[in-house]
Write a protein that binds this ligand. Structure first.
Ligand SMILES: Nc1ncnc2c1ncn2[C@@H]1O[C@H](COP(=O)(O)OP(=O)(O)OP(=O)(O)O)[C@@H](O)[C@H]1O
Ligand SMILES: [Mg+2]
Length: 352
């Protein structure tokens, strides 16, 4: 009896089997003991851009032109044992985890089923995580190297000279503070990213919170002679948000508007309603952001000018934190910027 005959179910049973294979999120192909493709579901045929009616009944190795995959299927057909593999398939851009299992009907060997599990997203996440670890290590190492260098110099005799001692202690002081800032930002980022912390949404007066934040930045504003203008409606500007998180957002955005501004520059914060949303614009007269960098500034550790940001103790995590907080409020953030003219960050939040 041929294989088709061997696998011949009652019509209803066959349809049911096909429906099960079709409904799977994984790609599935069934290959008979003569190496021919018996069934393939649409997930797999689409992933590999294959026409189903053209490949059914054809030899599997003519269709899947991937040596490692074909070798695995062939081995499993010969040994009648399961086999597994994770790799990227030549026919598409995706990475699949592939599991081949023998099919028996009683004692009789009918062929093999190969199940393709798309792990492309998982792989991308793994890559991002390892990039992140590399970035963190680098960011930790830079200030630590300066701290260790200064301590060594002090021990070698610089401590005897009051001027040298003060200079190296200042270096240690500055870099330790940078380290603390980095670690605080990392902890905050991991908190907002994990979504572990529940947001406490409440009615807030955004202008009041802004004034408080601006108060804490007084020193920086004065030393750069930067003026802040608030442009808000008469009545309290009410938003529905988590107070602590929103304070963090304002602190980052105004902090950037100061840090990347020219001495004597201006910052204007504007609040207005649009339909169901409350919008707040942070406009500065600073150095601006080149157009090609704009899509990347919300990435963790991304800085347009690394040395300028690092000099002022920046870690490049600020905007990543801001974006996460805004998104957790179902809000949005947009940027418009012109180099040498200034930038405007606009956040949209639920209004109260
Ligand atoms: N208002 C702005 N004007 C010009 N460039 C900006 C502005 N805001 C952000 N940037 C650019 O985007 C980068 C990322 O900003 P982000 O706030 O994430 O990091 P940072 O300010 O460098 O460090 P941190 O906020 O962690 O102290 C900055 O390094 C800077 O290059
Ligand atoms: Mg910042």
């Amino acid at each position: 009896m041929d294989f088709q005959g061997k696998l011949r179910f009652a019509d209803e049973e066959k349809e049911r089997g096909m429906a099960v294979i079709e409904s799977m999120v994984e790609g599935v192909v069934v290959i008979d003991s003569d190496q021919k493709i018996l069934l393939i579901n649409s997930v797999l045929s689409q992933a590999f851009d294959l026409k189903r009616n053209e490949i059914q009944g054809r030899l599997f190795w003519e269709v899947f032109r991937d040596p490692r995959l074909n070798e695995m299927i062939e081995k499993s057909l010969k040994s009648r044992l399961p086999a597994g593999l994770e790799h990227s398939i030549l026919l598409s851009n995706s990475v699949f985890q592939i599991q081949v299992s023998p099919v028996f009907k009683g004692e009789e060997f009918l062929g093999v089923t190969a199940v393709f599990h798309d792990v492309t997203k998982l792989k991308e996440l793994e890559r991002l995580r390892s990039d992140f670890v590399a970035n963190v290590s680098h960011e930790l190492k830079t200030p630590l190297t300066s701290i260790i260098g200064s301590i060594e110099t002090l021990k070698e005799g610089a401590a005897e000279n009051p001027r040298d001692r003060a200079r190296f202690l200042d270096v240690i002081d500055e870099h330790s503070k940078n380290l603390r800032h980095l670690i605080e930002d990392l902890l905050l980022l991991s908190k907002v990213e994990s979504g572990r912390e529940n947001l406490r949404r409440e009615k807030l007066d955004a202008e009041k919170i802004l004034k408080k934040v601006i108060g804490t930045l007084d020193l920086d504003l004065n030393s750069k002679k930067i003026k802040v203008n608030l442009d808000f409606p008469e009545k309290p500007f009410l938003i529905l948000a988590d107070a602590k998180s929103i304070e963090q957002v304002f602190l980052n955005l105004i902090g950037n508007a100061i840090k990347y501004n020219e001495p004597g520059g201006k910052i204007t914060v504007r609040g207005f309603y649009e339909a169901d949303s409350a919008k707040i614009e942070f406009e500065d007269t600073g150095i601006g952001i080149p157009e090609s960098d704009i899509p990347r500034i919300f990435e963790r550790f991304y800085r347009v000018d690394k040395s300028r940001s690092r000099e002022s103790g920046g870690t490049g995590l600020g905007l990543a934190i801001v974006k996460h907080i805004i998104e957790r409020h179902s809000g949005q953030i947009h940027v418009k910027s012109h180099p040498q003219q200034g930038s405007t960050f606009t956040i949209t939040l639920p209004r109260h």
